[in-house]
Design a protein around this ligand. Structure first.
Ligand code: ASP
Length: 324
């Protein structure tokens, strides 16, 4: 009897602590870890959402850029972080593609995280330095095939979508370039603008201003359909790369064991941000599309990630690209 009463008292204590946490959270700034350099595409999405989520949560969402190894350094860091409700993580397709690209990963994307929500989808654009000797896609493809050994392709490391897009492009063209990895596509873009690298496939969230300013050569978008933000730009698919498609999706995660109350409140804050007119305007300008409501639950992110691992794994393995 005494034992049962003790257990009941202990259970009530846990329940009380959990509901006190739920009511109070967040009592201090919340960190959102970004796996690439400041100023790049993932960072832009994170900061845009973060400003709005700060209003909803009543605490600052602090962006922490944790760089390295195509986003896997940040993922491993978050997987090992305390599940106290104050560390979250935003990542894209790399959460899925890294499982095929790395023989050894220090985390399991499906079991070491809690799932919060998806957010936006972003098209990519195929670019070259401004003085690249090709003025349209046909010339671009012909030049690349004839000069593949001389071409430097910038990317943000194995696991970045710039790397995924470059790999898919190489496979479609039947060529191999020299990859030059950076810690994000912000520095990769700087290298392209400075003419130190030749080509870069990167998200519209960073590239639209450079395309519009005429600072780069631009050969097409990576979606199946043309996009509203660049309505005159042809797709790579329509220019001859039949079936070519790389779309960048974003998910928000937390370390496994993060209290459900914090996950639920973060989920609400993401949903509110995606309806915030300032966020909608900025995302639209930058070519990003807010995903439908059916993709905003934790369960849908978990199922989406699993399906992306299943989708990209065999494609990537068939190219023989991996790191030990
Ligand atoms: N999202 C970019 C990529 O994966 C990197 C970045 O955001 O800087 O290539």
């Amino acid at each position: 009897m005494l034992g049962i009463r003790r257990i009941a008292t202990a259970a009530a204590g846990v329940f009380f602590a959990a509901s006190a946490f739920a009511q109070a959270w967040p009592t201090k700034p919340v960190t959102l870890v970004v796996p690439f350099a400041a100023g790049g595409p993932t960072d832009v999405v994170a900061r845009t959402l973060g400003v709005s989520m700060t209003k909803t949560l009543g605490q600052t969402v602090v962006i922490e850029n944790k760089l390295g190894a195509g986003g896997t350094v940040a993922a491993a860091y978050v997987a090992r972080s305390a599940p106290d409700g104050y560390t979250f993580f935003i990542h894209h397709n790399g959460m899925a593609t890294s499982t095929a690209l790395y023989r050894k990963l220090a985390y399991n994307p499906l079991t070491d995280f809690e799932f919060v929500s998806q957010a936006v989808e972003v098209p990519m654009t195929m670019l070259a330095r401004k003085d690249f000797p090709a003025n349209n896609y046909a010339e671009f493809a012909a030049y690349l095939k004839a000069n593949q050994s001389k071409i430097n392709l910038a990317n943000a490391g194995l696991g970045a979508v710039s790397q995924l897009c470059g790999l898919m492009f190489e496979t479609a063209l039947g060529v191999k370039f020299t990859a030059v990895p950076f810690q994000g596509t912000a520095p990769a873009m700087n290298a392209l603008l400075g003419g130190q690298v030749d080509i870069l496939c990167d998200q519209t969230t960073q590239t639209i201003p450079q395309i519009k300013a005429g600072n780069v050569k631009f050969y097409g978008v990576t979606t199946k359909q043309r996009i509203k933000a660049l309505p005159d730009a042809p797709t790579l698919d329509e220019q001859g790369l039949k079936g070519f498609e790389v779309v960048v999706w974003h998910g928000i995660y937390a370390p496994k064991g993060t209290p459900k109350a914090a996950i639920d409140r973060m989920n609400q804050a993401v949903r509110a941000a995606l309806k915030d007119p300032d966020v909608v305007r900025k995302m639209t300008e930058l070519g990003a599309e807010i995903v439908g409501d059916d993709r905003l639950s934790p369960e849908s992110l978990q199922a989406w990630l699993k399906s992306e691992i299943d989708k990209w794994g065999p494609i990537i393995r068939s190219t023989g690209t991996f790191a030990d």
